[in-house]
Design a protein around this ligand. Structure first.
Ligand code: UN1
Length: 512
């Protein structure tokens, strides 16, 4: 396939890189990458060995000494060039993402666009690493704060966004003057290798040292564990499940490092009695079945007011009946495969469990077989009439399982149901009533990091700070002032007078 070789992916690939240089192969251990689209083997990758890891980290430490002294707008210029190269490779890289991970082509290309967008954002940010100035209480003193880079940022990403989430972290961290060490999901290492090759050319062309953007492909239990326990990595950004994220955070905080966590979501859309159905329906369906329900922003619960419930239920089932499920490389299809057979098993188990807990399957929940579905990763998305307290509803099931939940009474009751889960990433309300919209956004409203009115829970733009509360982990990435997490803040006081007054008026005199 042209898009694979065109991106520099070979049959067997090295898994550790500091830029243009690739390491490894000595240990011999390899990760096989099979496509969930057709079940075929795409390529294999050597796992990063302990020795490779040491070499890469040493190189990154060296690079940091240089990179941190390059003026921030000059660092921004490198990111600008990376954005340009990503534009050139958008089609091929988006296709590889789609083939390796299984998301529809439109979404694969969208993911690369998300990287391009964060590059543009980071270029601007490189001239806006602002700190406040303060008026000192002491005469002839000046106070301000400045931000400095911290060192190596370790970025551990998940399979569902094989490259975009890395770029939210890496492009911002890079303009901040940090160097980045990336461990992608071992299910999607090829998209990461392709990306590393695209950016390496930019670094080479600009005569920059190796080690500014590094890659270490390997298992979470080996390479991931090394990173979270490594005192040379002051910041760890982790995207993934709550249990693994909790472990990562514990390891990082044990050594008093900083962590940026983007963990599970259990996102709801509330449709009030004032919802515009024509607006809400496509948002719900895209939110629930987009990326086959494998986004952390996926719509997992739909809370519908009883007055419109029968109508919504009927319209939803009709919409699901029209979904085309099949190869994500065929643009006519809406839903591609789940990432692996293991994911299919989790999905099927969840459907069985929700039925045992009292849920009624309205549509879907089957594993597809036959022509085009040979990989065993294709399922029909499910709509289940559920109640919020069911144990399965309280969990993030990474698949297209939508719980339909009826509520009665006022919006505040629906908000209470929405907030009654341990996760707090994304949320949305559909209403034409201004009072209801504002109530949803008020301090007594949604408790999530993302709160939308008349749009769905997924598909956030990079300009906002992305992340969520409660078990979602509290981290923020991408836009707004998320850059501050990648820098250390320094409060500076300069005395330009001839006296040494003390703050708080304290007198301290020593005999001359
Ligand atoms: C994720 O699933 O980890 O808001 C990220 C969205 C995308 C990013 C999702 N922009 O759905």
């Amino acid at each position: 396939m042209d898009f694979i070789t065109g991106l520099g992916i070979a049959d067997v690939n090295y898994g550790a890189s500091t830029g243009a240089r690739w390491h490894g192969g000595a240990s011999g251990a390899k990760i096989m990458v099979n496509s969930p689209v057709d079940g075929k083997k795409i390529a294999s990758v050597y796992e990063t060995s302990a020795e490779d890891y040491e070499n890469v980290v040493a190189e990154a430490q060296k690079a940091f000494k240089e990179w941190r002294l390059l003026p921030a707008p000059k660092r921004g210029e490198i990111i600008r060039q990376i954005g340009l190269r990503l534009r050139e490779h958008k089609e091929a890289l988006g296709t590889l993402i789609s083939y390796e991970m299984g998301k529809p082509l439109q979404e694969g290309w969208g993911e690369v666009q998300e990287m391009i967008d964060i590059c543009d954002f980071a270029v601007g940010q490189s001239r806006m690493l602002y700190g406040f100035t303060m008026h000192s209480e002491r005469a002839r003193h000046r106070m301000y704060e400045q931000f400095h880079p911290m060192g190596i940022v370790g970025i551990l990403t998940a399979f569902n966004f094989p490259v975009a989430v890395w770029s939210w972290n890496a492009m911002i961290a890079a303009v901040c003057g940090d160097v980045c060490l990336w461990k992608p999901s071992s299910r999607t290492p090829l998209s990461a290798i392709a990306t590393q090759k695209i950016i390496a050319r930019v670094l080479e062309k600009n005569d920059l040292p190796e080690g500014i953007f590094s890659l270490v492909i390997g298992k979470g239990s080996t390479v991931g564990e090394k990173m979270v326990t490594d005192g040379r990595i002051p910041i760890i950004s982790f995207t993934g499940s709550v249990p693994v994220g909790r472990h990562a955070a514990e390891m990082v905080s044990k050594r008093l490092g900083k962590s940026i966590l983007e963990l599970s979501g259990n996102n709801a859309i509330i449709m009030t009695e004032h919802a515009d159905l024509a607006l809400a329906l496509p948002a719900v369906v895209f939110g629930a079945v987009g990326t086959a329900g494998q986004r952390c922003t996926t719509t997992r619960r739909l809370l519908v007011h009883e007055s419109i419930y029968p109508k919504v239920r009927e319209a939803l089932v009709k919409a699901y009946e029209s979904l085309r499920i099949g190869s994500p490389l065929d643009e006519a299809n809406h839903v591609g495969p789940l990432v692996s057979r293991k994911a299919v098993k989790t999905y099927v188990d969840a459907i069985r469990e929700v039925q045992q807990q009292g849920g009624a399957v309205l549509w879907g929940g089957e594993v597809l077989s036959g022509r085009g579905y040979e990989s065993g990763c294709y399922v029909t998305p499910a709509i289940v009439e559920s109640e919020n307290h069911y144990p399965v509803v309280q969990q993030e099931i990474f698949g297209p399982l939508l719980h339909l939940i009826k509520y009665s009474g006022s919006l505040s009751g629906a908000i209470a149901i929405q907030n009654d889960v341990r996760q707090g990433l994304s949320s949305a309300v559909f209403t034409g009533d201004l009072g209801q919209a504002e109530e949803f956004l008020s301090p007594a409203g949604s408790d999530c990091g993302i709160a939308n009115v008349n749009i769905g829970t997924s598909g956030a733009e990079i300009g906002g700070a992305f992340g969520g509360e409660k078990e979602t982990g509290g981290g923020r990435e991408a836009g707004s002032d998320a850059w501050k997490a990648y820098m250390r803040r320094q409060a500076v006081t300069v005395n330009y007078g001839a006296e040494l007054p003390l703050a708080q008026g304290i007198r301290f005199e020593i005999g001359a």
